[in-house]
Design a protein around this ligand. Structure first.
Ligand code: HEC
Length: 176
């Protein structure tokens, strides 16, 4: 008869166990609810970041050269084609350059790699890399988020043609 609880003590112990079990279940439910809420809010933040990237790409003029026909069609180009690069050449003393397909470029880069690339790249004219470099990390990341949200698309732009070699397709000729 040692260790035998009084009916009252046994009931109390039983209740404590029940409360503990219920609390454990509630903890699991609550933490998964919180995780769900967190996913929801990070998705929302991501949507906002993508929208900001779209805005930046528009006002910073990236489409003007990196989207086929954008400047000549007053920006009336299907968004599916945005940032897919262009076969229009830019000829000058540097040779002939082509605005690269940014969707393919960024598809093969991590966000960190893109930020680093944007800060260190020195492409040939008329790419205004000096306008990209002073962008904040948040702006560069937003441009990345938007570009990646479009997915891969289009073909690689034609390869650079060195000075003295005649390019095949249409070009904008700079003096000098
Ligand atoms: C006036 C036309 C023009 C505008 C505007 C322009 N680009 Fe470019 N971009 C080019 C050309 C041409 C090249 C290819 C340069 C080369 O071959 O050296 C290029 C190359 C690039 C590259 C690849 C560079 C490398 O070395 O890997 C990136 C990244 C890029 N542009 C991003 C942007 C972004 C972001 C914007 C908007 C802020 C932008 N460009 C606006 C014409 C332009």
């Amino acid at each position: 008869m040692k260790n035998r609880m009084s009916p009252h003590a046994a009931l109390t112990a039983h209740l404590i166990r029940r409360v503990a079990r219920t609390a454990a279940v509630l903890t699991v439910l609550l933490s998964s609810a919180l995780a769900g809420a967190q996913t929801g809010s990070s998705q929302k933040a991501n949507k906002g970041e993508i929208q900001r990237g779209r805005y930046l790409v528009m006002i910073a003029g990236c489409n003007d050269c990196h989207t086929p026909g954008y400047a000549t069609k007053n920006g009336q180009v299907d968004e599916k084609l945005w940032l897919t690069g262009d076969a229009l050449g830019w000829s000058g003393p540097w040779g002939t350059t082509y605005a690269v397909n940014l969707r393919l470029l960024m598809a093969d880069m991590s966000k960190q790699q893109w930020v680093k690339h944007a800060r260190t790249m020195t492409p040939r004219p008329p790419m205004p890399w000096f306008n990209v470099r002073p962008m904040t990390d948040a702006d560069l990341k937003a441009i990345y988020a938007y570009t990646r949200s479009l997915g891969r698309g289009g073909d690689p732009a034609p390869a650079f043609v060195p000075p003295g070699t005649k390019p095949g397709g249409p070009v904008v000729q700079f003096p000098g």
